[in-house]
Design a protein around this ligand. Structure first.
Ligand SMILES: C[S@@+](CC[C@H](N)C(=O)[O-])C[C@H]1O[C@@H](n2cnc3c(N)ncnc32)[C@H](O)[C@@H]1O
Length: 268
């Protein structure tokens, strides 16, 4: 883990760039316009007129959408998703899948992401390399204490740290039903880890020595103000990847993982 002390957070951690969803949609729309145009030209101008099979158009749509996505700065899993998306939409339309399947899928997604539209914080998880970096930060604290993960997802961070630091107490707060239930089951065998079904906006941060958050740019200004007003002097606030402009912080640590995770921290 490499530590530096910059004065302002890098711009890409403050959420100013165009969001992923507009780029995903723009790439698919551009690809569709090209495919429809090419299909029309082939049908009208070729002699004799040709009608390419629909599956070829679907594959071309996916390939073009992935290529445009790359140009728009998307990488990795997004390119794969962009390629398979048209094929999945086509299958859903042609395979006559029962409406129940869609209803069940909707309910399952709702129970995982029900809080996302309001909070603008989707579910993605702290990786193992970052768990180890957090554990290192806890080792540097002068004595064991209380740790809270604000929006604790599937409880992986808590489970790992609770195993590594039996003398600390770990609390997670989560408002998405399925992640909460999974965490509850996962932490059943960890006497020093607890999960609460509660919004982090309703948690008094004064009771914690280390506060950890891996959220999104959206809640950061309000959350940092809350941390400033509630956290005890000497307590440590750590945010994975996101900070807010205009709020000072004490340092950042870059985790040596493939996504170059950055932990911002501030000693209150
Ligand atoms: C990016 S995930 C991080 C999960 C976990 N902390 C980790 O690092 O693996 C953010 C989590 O915050 C939860 N969340 C969003 N708004 C919340 C709120 N107001 N109170 C509690 N949890 C919230 C989401 O449901 C999601 O599980």
């Amino acid at each position: 883990m490499a530590e530096t002390n910059p004065s302002t957070p890098p711009k890409h951690f403050t959420g100013r760039s165009l969001g992923v969803l507009p780029r995903v949609l723009a790439a698919q729309v551009l690809a569709l316009v090209l495919i429809v145009g090419a299909g029309w030209a082939i049908a009208v101008f070729m002699v004799p007129p040709a009608h390419p099979p629909l599956w070829a158009a679907v594959v071309a749509q996916g390939a073009l959408a992935a290529a445009f996505s790359r140009t728009f700065g998307l990488t990795g899993k997004w390119l794969v998703a962009q390629f398979v998306l048209p094929a999945m939409a086509w299958s859903a339309l042609t395979l006559e899948i029962s409406a129940w399947v869609f209803l069940l899928a909707f309910v399952a997604l709702f129970l995982v992401f029900s809080n996302t539209p309001r909070e603008k914080v989707p579910l993605y998880l702290t990786n193992a390399a970052t768990w180890a970096a957090l554990s290192e930060l806890l080792n540097q604290e002068s004595k064991p204490g209380q740790f809270v993960d604000l929006g604790s997802g599937l409880g992986g961070t808590l489970a790992y740290l609770a195993r590594k630091h039996p003398d600390w107490t770990f609390t997670g707060v989560e408002t998405a039903p399925v992640p909460y239930i999974i965490s509850k089951l996962r932490l059943m065998t960890r006497p020093n880890a607890h999960i609460r079904f509660r919004s982090f906006w309703k948690v008094d941060l004064a009771g914690f020595d280390v506060v950890y958050a891996f959220l999104s740019p959206a809640p950061m200004p309000r959350l940092l103000a809350k941390a400033d007003s509630e956290m005890r002097t000497d307590a440590l606030f750590i945010s994975n990847s996101f900070w807010a402009e205009g709020h000072p912080y004490d340092g950042q640590a870059e985790v040596r993982d493939s996504r170059k995770t950055c932990l911002f921290f501030k000693r209150l």
